[in-house]
Design a protein around this ligand. Structure first.
Ligand code: ZN
Length: 391
């Protein structure tokens, strides 16, 4: 199966100008001035007017649902396959959260494999908020080595009333186990750390890294845009070589409480001299957005995967450099943070995980994952063998 996408404006995620992209099987075979290809096995898509982007790598999603704070009625539901596709998320990385009692890593594994069965390149973390973490095989390193979709540990909670309040030694041990599993399996092995609004902020992470022998990428904090104090601490961590993640989904109440919009956080961090390559954006899809005041739960909403596409649209309105910075933070940077060498960019040999964006309307015209169209707009001109293959 060969697909030729012609005349698109290519962002890989850096701007590469107008050109063509050739997909052979599940991979990108060529990029640039490919020219016309003929033959019964070639489907040609005329993408004139569209921007061609890598599919989003969303480093924090809860595909099996999350929540449960304040009682069972507050559990959030699973995220539908269609919701990820419509949002352009070709690699959702699934995590458990607060609840690893009525939810399990096994259930998460099943949900991730179901998304894969339908064509998404889903991955997962072992563990949850709690320390010691729940696992599939009884051990974090064994999960990384023996279970193919497991690429790290997360989200482990610190600075939060829902955290197990791990010690520096416990966090170091967890990161070290993940690094051992990563070394043996050739994976990234990051520990994605949920940072709450506790006064201790990133103190634990700073101490764990300062004690030595762990690579800076071993601990990867998320929700770093939760408030101005945490944001400033996170920028210091990123200056020291760590990746940091900003959460794109939000609520008016969270913004009122001091959360910095993810796009503002990203652009402010770059403005402040933090290397842009260490900054990532995630949706927290399926996670609960609890509204606490003085430790009391007042309400709860569920986040969706569309937060990334919404952030990219907002970046587009601010100009090309903002757009490219936001796109890199949803594609190449998160792939790098998680050690995923085969995705997050458009290059020969990379997975054919692609989005076609209409820049005028900000809508997706096509979503391809592993060389397979998961969505293709009816108005996109197509010629050749595969005319009936759109789903
Ligand atoms: Zn979280």
């Amino acid at each position: 199966m060969i697909v030729l996408i012609r005349n698109a404006e290519i962002f890989g995620p850096d701007p590469l100008g107008a050109g063509d992209l050739l997909v052979a099987g599940s991979r990108i075979a060529a990029l640039g001035a490919v020219g016309p290809h003929h033959g019964s096995a070639v489907t040609t898509v005329d993408a004139r007017g569209c921007w061609l982007l890598p599919g989003f790598v969303d480093v924090l999603t809860h595909p099996a649902g999350g929540g449960g704070e304040g009682g069972f009625a507050n559990r959030t539901g699973a995220v539908a396959f269609e919701a990820f596709v419509e949002a352009g998320v070709t690699t959702p990385v699934g995590a458990l959260g607060t609840d690893s009692i009525t939810r399990s890593v096994e259930e998460l594994y099943g949900t991730v494999m179901a998304l894969r069965g339908r064509g998404l390149a889903a991955l997962m973390y072992t563990g949850a908020y709690r320390v010691p973490p729940p696992t599939l095989t009884g051990d974090v390193a064994r999960d990384l080595v023996l279970v193919e979709p497991v690429i790290g540990v997360g989200e482990v909670a610190v600075a939060d009333q829902r955290s197990s309040q791990p010690t520096v030694e416990e966090l170091r041990r967890l990161a070290a186990d993940a690094q051992l599993g990563a070394t043996l399996s050739g994976k990234g092995g990051a520990v994605l750390v949920h940072v709450g609004d506790g006064d201790d902020g990133l103190v634990l992470l700073q101490a764990a890294l300062a004690a030595g022998n762990l690579p800076r990428r071993a601990l990867y904090p998320t929700h770093a845009n939760r408030n101005a104090r945490l944001f400033a601490e996170a920028l210091d961590l990123a200056r020291g070589g760590s990746f940091i993640d900003f959460t794109a989904s939000t609520t008016p109440a969270l913004l009122e409480q001091g959360e910095i919009r993810a796009l503002d956080a990203l652009l402010q961090a770059i403005e402040a001299g933090v290397p842009g390559a260490r900054l990532t954006l995630s949706s927290d899809a399926g996670g609960s957005l609890p509204h606490y005041e003085a430790g009391e739960l007042l309400g709860l909403r569920s986040a969706g995967p569309e937060a990334l596409l919404g952030t990219l649209r907002a970046a587009l309105e601010r100009g090309t450099s903002s757009f490219c910075a936001a796109l890199a933070a949803m594609t190449r940077n998160p792939a790098e943070a998680l050690g995923l060498r085969d995705r997050g960019r458009l290059a020969p040999g990379a997975r054919a995980d692609l989005l076609l964006l209409d820049p005028a309307s900000g809508t997706l015209q096509g979503v391809m994952c592993g060389g397979q169209w998961l969505y293709r707009a009816p108005k996109l001109p197509v010629a050749g063998a595969g005319e009936g293959d759109a789903r």
